[in-house]
Design a protein. Sequence first.
Length: 510
Amino acid sequence: MDPKENQALPAYEAHDRAADPPPAYTPPTSFAVGAQTLASPLVHVQELKAHLALLGAFKQLRTAVEEAEAADWPPATQRLGPAQRWAWFVGLAVDRFTSWVKVVRLCALDVWVEQDLPPLDVLMIWHAYMLNPTWYAEDCTRMRALNTFRVLRDRLLLAIVRVGDISSYVPSAERQERWAQQTGTPWDPLAAAPVMESVTVACPKCLAGVSVPYLTETGTGYLQSNFEAVCPGCKFGFKKENLAVLKFARDLVLDHRNSKDKQKYGLGVYLAGTVRTTTQESADYVGSLLNLKLHAVFPPPGDREKVTKDEWTKSIMAKVTGMDKLWAQASPAFRGVTRRSRRVFSAYTDDRPFSVDLVGAVIRQGSFIDKMHLYGWTEPGAFDKPEDEVVLQHAIARYHAFLDLMATSPGAFYVPTLDIDLAWHTHQMKGEMYQDDCKKYIQRYVDHDDKVEESHLATSFDITCRAWEARYQVPYTHCGCPLPGDTLGQRLARLKRRLSIAAAPDPTGL
């Protein structure tokens, strides 16, 4: 999210006083966030470097997929443009991630890197998932299959720091064999693509398993926008929205009043989007209330203690198969909590278990990665020189000031610049630790929304600029993105001279 970053930048010349050494920059020794002062930052330079290297590897993977001339790939891929081919590939990666979720373990870091670290495409899905921190946190507590990820906390970040150059990482033969056994696909994402031809989904009417192709020549495959299929058993024709309604129905019939269900599913007895609030990690009273109201709309077809889950699910699906009909019948239960209803239904867009459209999340994240690549931040060694590393130190200082701004204005929506967003993303990669930090220092859980409309972003960015300058007495955007020049540090130095703030180290670190 980086609207208008360049608008506030002063004029410059690429070699303006290039011979001058950059001014000394002294990183802050403490960081004020709200009413508290931190003795050390919440993210560190080495973590930002590792994150940038990971983004660079994602960029390389996307380029390889978009430019591939793979004769062994499905014939239907030859008809796809680069963006469509990438979306197909990401969809396959989501299913590989789904398989990995079922087998990932918590163990010592060295052992985990050796035996549990997944391929790059799966890391990409996990990364995008974590950049939706509120959904990620709720899913990790609500879904038993994701409970391990809650305790993994910052394992993704620690692993890529430990591995180093993730783009050239080669796992042991034993690890590759174990991955193939666990997922039924080769380790190499590009080698996995041609062997992943179909996926099994549940028929929304009879609930039988139906094998559907990922791609078809007519554009009706599971990973295509016009997906449709017919159950060979009951002959029911269905689309993606029918699968979404089935997912909703299957979640709804998990009864929070049933002790066996609560023991087996935990917080999974509540619908997605009803467990967590901005200040409470587990607000199950919200889910309980909505369940009671929705169970009145969609009651079990008989004695609650005797009806099976499948019978109750089929009863719901007989009443509503499409999202419009579901909303029409369910909306009275959400009266007075419209915002909550939008959040709940946004989690039900397909049949996958996650509350985030992970394909869309990865594709949206591609815009940020492209900018990091364009500015050279993902290049190997981009920040090896001390004068260049200053840029990351500065980004960390500015990120803490951004957190401070949010802590002092609970109702505001502030928009980060690219450097702040990089640090923010890196912090989110710490999983549960990010949530703990937000609650401790900002007094609430802070989400990261990458689906905000441009008009709202522009207005909010202007508000952010004014709030920043009022609080810190320095321009918000003067170091929001890199400028052309000899080194990143020299670009920062020349820009600071232009703004006449380089006479002495900036005590705020901003």
